[in-house]
Design a protein around this ligand. Structure first.
Ligand SMILES: CC(C)(COP(=O)(O)OP(=O)(O)OC[C@H]1O[C@@H](n2cnc3c(N)ncnc32)[C@H](O)[C@@H]1OP(=O)(O)O)[C@@H](O)C(=O)NCCC(=O)NCCS
Length: 159
């Protein structure tokens, strides 16, 4: 299995997400945003079949701690904003789900973030459906106090 940045030779037209919006994202919107440097798009392929089996997209954002912690937060912090990474999309071809490919994509995204020179302190995942929330919750992501369609995971600070 290989997970690498999107390359022009990837056969994106063969990918079937099960959602016209996600297919459109993978075919045109995502690559365009990646070309402009707004996101990083990674693609999973297997040696046995060159067509992509899955992908994920990452971007950076600043997160306000009070939004993250809600009522659970301590007294107001002197540093209320932290650097976070946003996992805007993560998708496996619908014909190849439940084989661990989603978990492999997520593990790859988190290890790339941990390897950055200044790793983010949290990962925020867009999770628009109950299926997506179930997936991220299985991998340790937690719900925000103030929004339903995103979840967060605290990452280890760099030592
Ligand atoms: C959410 C999504 C990425 C998961 O992808 P996936 O490849 O099926 O994920 P995994 O295989 O790692 O895990 C899914 C389930 O399969 C199970 N599984 C993993 N390997 C397995 C195997 N070899 N045999 C049987 N089951 C297996 C996992 O335990 C997990 O079970 P659970 O539903 O009880 O938690 C995929 O369903 C998807 O692309 N959905 C549409 C897009 C989406 O909602 N993306 C997220 C937000 S943008």
């Amino acid at each position: 299995m290989a997970i690498a940045p999107l390359s022009p030779g990837d056969d994106r037209a063969a990918f079937r997400s099960g959602s016209p919006a996600l297919d459109k994202y993978f075919r045109s919107l995502g690559p365009r945003a990646a070309g402009k440097g707004l996101i990083a798009l990674f693609v999973l392929t297997l040696p046995s079949a060159p067509a992509p089996r899955g992908f994920y997209a990452l971007s950076g954002l600043t997160l306000r701690l009070p939004d993250l912690l809600g009522e659970r937060g301590p007294r107001p912090s002197r540093y209320p904003e932290i650097a976070a990474a946003r996992l805007t999309r993560l998708c496996v071809d619908k014909r190849h789900r439940r084989q661990g490919l989603g978990a492999a994509l997520l593990a790859d995204a988190l290890s790339r973030l941990a390897a950055l020179p200044s790793p983010p302190l949290a990962a925020i995942a867009d999770a628009p459906s109950p299926q997506a929330r179930h997936f991220y919750a299985r991998h340790g992501f937690r719900a925000f106090s103030d929004r339903e369609t995103q979840m967060f995971l605290a990452l280890q600070p760099a030592r």
